[in-house]
Design a binder for this molecule. Structure first.
Ligand code: DGY
Length: 322
């Protein structure tokens, strides 16, 4: 008997093919996010559920007893949408897909940084609207990136990949905050400096790029006080999780001109995006595209397949987070 598994959203076709071959797989053909009630029911019917960031799995969704599901093989590196304690209490293993989306997410962080500072979104909107008055020395002047200082909050894989791009591609000085001490060759090679507090980074950085996990621990790490601690002409880039930034405080800081702009790929409560942000020219907004390349999404799927296969073959799962 093949294990019964539930895939909550459509995945890359090649990966769905592998899943269908190896497991008794149910796909959510509609690709609409499943409701809490549907997810709750799935725990009683399937041996594994394969959720992703658009599925909320709070404690209330986990069954009180008799969960048939023993594995949540998440499609994605972030897992703050899953209540890990609730999973642990019920003996449910949780896995993620680290490593394979590092480069693409760092690429999007740099895209946002460049787009917002060089006013790419604003310029494109102007041109498409037929409002470009033509070249002149004072048209749509942005901020130079090369040689500036980038401050990374959270120096994990994606933070390091972003730092590498900024340093080697744009000659930027790299400073960063990380909870634990980071001490490896890679960091030294790019002349990066670890500073003791987030405030130390904010006070010096021309660009602040967020790369820490979401969830309760980091909720609103960037709040009104910290936005106030940023340099006045600085930019905030978020490819981490929406809840890391207090959106109300961000809107206020942007409206008051306390910071120069923001580039965002993730939002608290996405896909809803605060209307105030949508109206601002100095904000670049992407629809959570960090890992959205053909290669990376296929790799993420195959990484989940490896976790599933190991679990049902009773081998240690490669990417266990709970
Ligand atoms: C992740 O993997 O956590 C991304 O945010 C979704 O691809």
């Amino acid at each position: 008997m093949k294990p019964r598994i539930m895939v909550t959203r459509r995945w890359p076709a090649a990966v769905e093919h592998v899943l269908a071959e190896r497991f008794d797989t149910t796909f959510n053909q509609s690709d609409a996010p499943m409701s809490l009630a549907q997810l709750k029911a799935a725990f009683l019917e399937f041996d594994a559920i394969l959720p992703t960031v658009s599925d909320k799995l709070p404690a209330a969704v986990f069954p009180d007893a008799d969960s048939r599901t023993k594995l949540l093989a998440n499609f994605g590196v972030g897992f703050s949408h899953i209540d890990l304690d609730a999973a642990r209490e019920r003996g449910i293993t949780v896995t993620n897909t680290p490593g394979v989306l590092t480069d693409c997410t760092a690429d999007v962080a740099m895209s946002l940084l460049l787009s917002v500072s060089r006013r790419a979104g604003e310029g494109e909107r102007q041109l498409r609207a037929g409002l470009w008055p033509g070249w002149c020395p004072t048209h749509m002047i942005g901020t130079k990136v090369t040689g500036k200082t980038i401050g990374i909050i959270g120096m994990g894989r994606i933070g390091k990949a972003t730092a590498k791009r900024a340093h080697f591609g744009f000659d930027m000085d790299v400073i960063f905050y990380n909870r634990s001490k980071v001490d490896d060759e890679e960091i030294r090679a790019m002349g990066a400096r670890q500073l003791p507090t987030i405030e130390d980074v904010l006070a010096r950085a021309d660009f602040v790029s967020l790369h820490c996990p979401g969830g309760a621990e980091n909720r609103h790490v960037i709040n009104a006080a910290r936005l106030g601690a940023m340099k006045r002409g600085a930019y905030l880039i978020n490819t981490a999780r929406g809840d890391v930034v207090d959106h109300d405080a961000l809107i206020e800081a942007l409206e008051a001109g306390k910071i120069a702009g923001a580039g965002l790929d993730v939002y608290d409560g996405e896909p809803d995006v605060p209307p105030a942000l949508m109206c601002m020219e100095n904000v670049v907004l992407l629809p959570h595209l960090g890992s959205a390349t053909e290669e990376t999404r296929a790799d993420m799927g195959m990484r989940a397949v490896e976790n599933l296969t190991a679990f049902f073959e009773r081998r240690p799962v490669p990417d266990k987070v709970a």
